[in-house]
Design a protein around this ligand. Structure first.
Ligand SMILES: Cc1ncc(COP(=O)(O)O)c(C=O)c1O
Length: 422
C-alpha cells in the first residue's frame, strides 16, 4: 500500500476485538439462531411515553434542525431538575451540563478537553473498552489498576461488591503526570456499586493530587443496593468530578445516542468546546424525546419500574447457575452478570481456531458455548491488560436486558453444560 494511504496507528490494532470474534463465532455456530446474551443492547423497546415523545418531536420543524452545540435547553433543564435533588443544590443547566452523542462521545470530549500527550489517566480493570482508544487519541497514557474478584468466587456466589481494588496499588499508580481517573459505578461488567467508603478513599486521593474524576454512571438508574454518586461526597470532590450519563441506558434506547456530562462550569466549558469540534451538536428530535422522558419519568413510576424489572430478569436468569452449581457475582447494579465457569471442563481436543486458542480460557469458554449450546456471552479478559487477563479467565459476562422468553431459552440451552461440569 502506498505510504500515503496508510491508516493511522490509532485505528489499526492487529488483534481481533472481542465483538468481531463473538460475532464470527455466532455466524459459524451450528446452533442457529444463537441466543445473544453478549452485547448490552436491550431486546425490547423504550416505554410508550418515550416512544410517543420521539414520534411527536419528528413532526416539529425546530426539532429536525441543529440543536445548540451544548444541547437543547429543554433537555438540559430536564436533567438539571432530575439531578438537582441528588446534588442537594440547584444545578445550572446552562453551565454545568453538556449534551453529547451518547456517553461515549461525551467521554471522548472530556479526554480531548484535558489530556495532552503523555498525561496519565488511571483506569480500573476490567474497563469499558472504549475508554482505552478515547484516552489514547489525544496521546494519553493509561495506568491500569486491576479489580480482583473475591478469592472464593470460584465456588461461592457472593455479592459483586466483593470485587475490590488494592488502594495501595492505586496510590502507587499516581504520579505527578496523573491528570484523570476513570470510575465506573454501577460497574460494567462486574455489577459492583462502589460503596461510599470506597468512593471516599478514591476521592481523597484525587483531591490530594488534584486529579479529575470522570465518573461513568451510565447505569445510574439500575442499582439494587444504596448508590452513592461520587460528585456528591463533598464540594472539594464535586469541583473535580465530571459525571457521565446515558439516555440510551436510562430509556432502553442505546441506538439513540444521547448522553451528557455534568460537572463544575470551569470543567464543563472545555468538554463542551471539544464536543463542538468533534460533532458540533447531537441528534435533535431524540434530545427532545429524552427531555420529555426525564420530565415524565418520575410521574410514570418509570425509575422504580426499571429497577423492579431488571432485578426480576436478573433473578430469573441466575436461577440456572444455582441449578448447574456454578458460582456468580450477584450484581449490585446494572444488567450484566459475571459467572465463574472454573468447574466447566473443556474437551482437551476441542478444535478452537488459532486466534481463539491463543487467547485466555474465557475466550475458549465463550467460543465453546456459542458452538455447542448456541449461547453468546462475552469473555471479560478483553477488558483487562494481557498481564492481568488471568484474573478473569474463568469468568463470562452475560447481559440480562433481554425479553423473558430469551432468558428462558438461554437457560434451557445452558442446561447442556451439565455434562461438562465436574
Ligand atoms: C460502562 C459504560 N460506559 C459507557 C457506555 C456507552 O454509553 P452510550 O451508549 O451512551 O455511549 C457503555 C455502553 O455499553 C458502558 O457499558
Amino acid at each position: 500500500m502506498s505510504q500515503k494511504l496508510k491508516p493511522a496507528a490509532r485505528v489499526t490494532g492487529n488483534r481481533q476485538d472481542v465483538w468481531s470474534i463473538v460475532n464470527e463465532a455466532a455466524a459459524a455456530s451450528p446452533k442457529q439462531p444463537v441466543v445473544n446474551m453478549g452485547q448490552g443492547f436491550f431486546g425490547y423497546n423504550p416505554p410508550e411515553f418515550i416512544l410517543n415523545a420521539a414520534k411527536g418531536a419528528l413532526d416539529r420543524v425546530e426539532c429536525n434542525q441543529y440543536s445548540p452545540t451544548k444541547g437543547r435547553p429543554r433537555l438540559k433543564k430536564a436533567l438539571a431538575d432530575a439531578y438537582s435533588p441528588f446534588w442537594g443544590r440547584k444545578l445550572n443547566p446552562e453551565t454545568e451540563i453538556v449534551i453529547t452523542t451518547g456517553a461515549n462521545e461525551g467521554m471522548l470530549s472530556a479526554f480531548m478537553a484535558f489530556i495532552e500527550e503523555g498525561d496519565e489517566v488511571i483506569v480500573f480493570e476490567p474497563f469499558f473498552d472504549q475508554y482505552i482508544s478515547n484516552i489514547e487519541m489525544p496521546g494519553g497514557k493509561i495506568v491500569y489498576v486491576p479489580m480482583h474478584p473475591p478469592e472464593e468466587g470460584g465456588f461461592k456466589t457472593l455479592s459483586a461488591g466483593e470485587w475490590s481494588i488494592d488502594f495501595d496499588v492505586l496510590e502507587r499508580a499516581i504520579t505527578p503526570r496523573t491528570k484523570m481517573l476513570v470510575l465506573n459505578t454501577p460497574h460494567n461488567p462486574v455489577g459492583k456499586v462502589y460503596s461510599k467508603a470506597e468512593l471516599e478513599k478514591i476521592a481523597e486521593l484525587c483531591v490530594k493530587n488534584q486529579i479529575i474524576i470522570l465518573s461513568d454512571e451510565v447505569y445510574d438508574r439500575l442499582f439494587y443496593v444504596p448508590f452513592t454518586r461520587v460528585a456528591t461526597l463533598s464540594p472539594e470532590v464535586e469541583k473535580l468530578t465530571l459525571t457521565v450519563g446515558s439516555a440510551g441506558k436510562n430509556f432502553y434506547a442505546t441506538g439513540w445516542r444521547v448522553g451528557w456530562l455534568m460537572g463544575p462550569a470551569e470543567l464543563i466549558q472545555y468538554v463542551a468546546a471539544a464536543h463542538t469540534r468533534i460533532c458540533y451538536s447531537s441528534v435533535s428530535p431524540l434530545q427532545e424525546a429524552c427531555a420529555i422522558g426525564f420530565e415524565q419519568a418520575e410521574a410514570e413510576g418509570f425509575w422504580d419500574q426499571c429497577v423492579h424489572d431488571m432485578k426480576a430478569k436478573m433473578s430469573r436468569f441466575n436461577e440456572i447457575w444455582a441449578e448447574l452449581g456454578l458460582a456468580y457475582s450477584e450484581p449490585e447494579g446494572g444488567y450484566f452478570v459475571m459467572v465463574n465457569l472454573s468447574r466447566v471442563t473443556l474437551p482437551a481436543d476441542y478444535p478452537f481456531p488459532t486466534h481463539v486458542a491463543e487467547r485466555p480460557r474465557d475466550f475458549k469458554l465463550a467460543w465453546f458455548l456459542i458452538q455447542e449450546l448456541g449461547v453468546a456471552a462475552i469473555p471479560p479478559s478483553e477488558f483487562y491488560t494481557d498481564a492481568n487477563a488471568h484474573i478473569v479467565e474463568d469468568y463470562l459476562r452475560f447481559a440480562v436486558c433481554k425479553p423473558d422468553e430469551v432468558l428462558e431459552d438461554a437457560k434451557e440451552r445452558l442446561r447442556g453444560l451439565k455434562k461438562y461440569i465436574q
